[in-house]
Write a new protein. Structure first.
Length: 256
């Protein structure tokens, strides 16, 4: 169909990327690239995102890029964060800008602000200690609050969000950054007390990316938390509800 928007997914062989692709495939023309071959989509390109010359052609004639390509280890070293994650993301953003991509959806992380969880009431919620906390009124962590990364992985994500803002201001792209919570598996509940607040289910993940891709053209820049409709969620998702129509359905309280 000639009117279908064309999406490139980087890191396309990863578990989360595959779920997002499943949700978007009925409505979009999707191509993928990963450092390793994809069993699900053998037609996808195989390339190292750190090699700018190798990946440049893949971005041509694409309307939207969804970026998953990074080492997801939360305990990433400084060297790996710099040489792998930052390098790969910046190459992806540069190739997208040069190719005239109109929207860039960056897969960010709640680890950008994880150090807030050292503070009350978030520390108590992570331990499952809710006494004295008014669930309806305690202040949520917003995307407007200063970043407080928990280490090199979060620092690399924060650097990429800043680079996204640059693409908006200097090159007129639309950039949406999605700070994902704890990614669950189908039919899987929380594995610790913190995850009753932070879990993002596959159903809500797919909906989040559908919203980001279909967001209004005049949405130039946005940072949104991706978390399910959990009773004790401590990240503010009202901005995501209002600006991109994100309406998560799942609540981890059903697993208690």
């Amino acid at each position: 169909m000639p009117d279908r928007k064309r999406i490139l997914i980087t890191g396309a062989a990863g578990r989360i990327a595959l779920m997002v692709r499943e949700a978007l495939s009925p409505d979009y023309d999707i191509a993928g690239v990963d450092i390793r071959p994809s069993e699900a989509y053998p037609e996808d390109a195989v390339a190292d995102m750190r090699d700018l010359e190798a990946i440049r052609p893949l971005f041509r004639d694409r309307d939207i890029v969804i970026d998953f390509a990074n080492n997801p280890a939360g305990d990433l070293s400084w060297d790996d964060a710099y040489h792998n994650n930052i390098h790969a993301t910046f190459n992806s953003m540069r190739a997208a800008q040069e190719a005239g991509v109109s929207r860039y959806v960056y897969t960010s992380s709640n680890r950008i602000t994880e150090e807030y969880q050292q503070d009350h009431p978030y520390s108590a919620i992570c331990r499952g200690e809710y006494e004295g906390i008014d669930q309806a009124t305690f202040p949520r962590i917003t995307a407007q609050m200063p970043v407080r990364p928990n280490g090199p992985y979060g620092i690399a994500k924060a650097a990429a969000e800043a680079a996204g803002r640059y693409l908006v201001d200097r090159h007129g792209m639309s950039v949406i950054c999605l700070r994902l919570g704890t990614m669950g598996r189908e039919g899987q509940g929380p594995r610790d007390q913190r995850q009753f607040a932070t879990m993002l289910t596959p159903r809500d993940l797919k909906h989040l990316y559908q919203c980001a891709v279909a967001a209004p053209d005049d949405l130039c820049f946005g940072i949104f938390y991706g978390v399910s409709n959990n009773k004790w969620n401590f990240w503010d998702i009202e901005d995501a509800r209002r600006r991109i129509g994100y309406n998560p359905q799942d609540n981890m309280e059903s697993w208690r």
